[in-house]
Write a protein that binds this ligand. Structure first.
Ligand SMILES: [Cu+2]
Length: 105
């Protein structure tokens, strides 16, 4: 009987550990032809939530080819960072929209 009483708290602890503590979601917004923040740090395993607040489409296209996300007007998308490095990216439709993503291991 006492064994069953102890198993419930243990199960709750295990469930809490499924999501690694360091994994975070960072939000990058595109509004009025500006990517903000222009420079942000993240870690491998983090999720980027790309938010397009404009009424036209944008892309987040990595210069090194690591990612190429297309964002229809007023839509958002997510991508998970898999590789460390400093990635410069831009919008293919508006090449003067540029930003940097620093991905730490
Ligand atoms: Cu654009």
């Amino acid at each position: 009987m006492s064994g069953r009483l102890f198993s419930l708290p243990l199960a709750l602890v295990c469930a809490a550990m499924v999501v690694p503590a360091h994994a975070a979601t960072i939000e990058i917004t595109m509004e009025n032809l500006v990517i903000s923040p222009a420079e942000i740090s993240a870690k491998v395993g983090d999720t980027v939530n790309w938010v397009n607040k404009d009424v036209f489409a944008h892309t987040a296209t990595a210069k090194n080819g690591d990612f190429d996300v297309t964002l229809p007007p007023k839509k958002s998308a997510t991508s998970v960072l898999k590789k460390a490095g400093t990635v410069e990216y831009y919008c293919r439709y508006h090449p003067n929209m540029k930003a940097t993503l620093k991905i730490e291991p």
